[in-house]
Ligand binder design. Structure first.
Ligand code: AMP
Length: 114
């Protein structure tokens, strides 16, 4: 993972509430939750933004979504539903430049894309 705050979490240099980890990715609770459930799923490979994802990393992105869906099922909110978001660069508000998937759940979420 590149040298972002998420890299520090992966290397256990700063604390985080880690909820899942395997060979390819790590997931932890967002420090500033935007919903009752807000977990970040982060690949361990250094990928700054979605623009930097390579064709040979397609499976990795699938694993990211599958891990999020498995977490939703384990935690019991899969049927009620949840939202997965990837922000890319400034217009989307990306602030940490290591690719990550936001999983938001736990209440009806505001609709819209603004
Ligand atoms: P983004 O705006 O898509 O780049 O999302 C970055 C997310 O990382 C934000 O929702 C932040 O609240 C979250 N974040 C930043 N620092 C930490 C941290 N130390 N632990 C957990 N989440 C963090």
């Amino acid at each position: 993972m590149n040298d972002t705050i998420f890299g520090k979490i992966l290397r256990r240099e700063i604390p985080a509430d880690i909820v899942y980890e395997d060979d390819d990715l790590i997931a932890f609770k967002d420090i500033s939750p935007q919903a009752p459930v807000h977990v970040l799923f982060v690949p361990k490979a250094p990928i700054a933004t979605l623009n930097d994802l390579q064709p040979n990393q397609a499976e990795l992105l699938g694993k990211l979504f599958l891990a999020a869906a498995a977490y939703a099922k384990r935690q019991g909110f899969a049927d009620n539903g949840y939202r997965c978001v990837i922000n890319c660069n400034s217009h989307a508000g990306q602030t940490v430049f290591q690719l990550h998937l936001h999983l938001l759940a736990g209440a009806p979420l505001r609709s819209g894309f603004g």
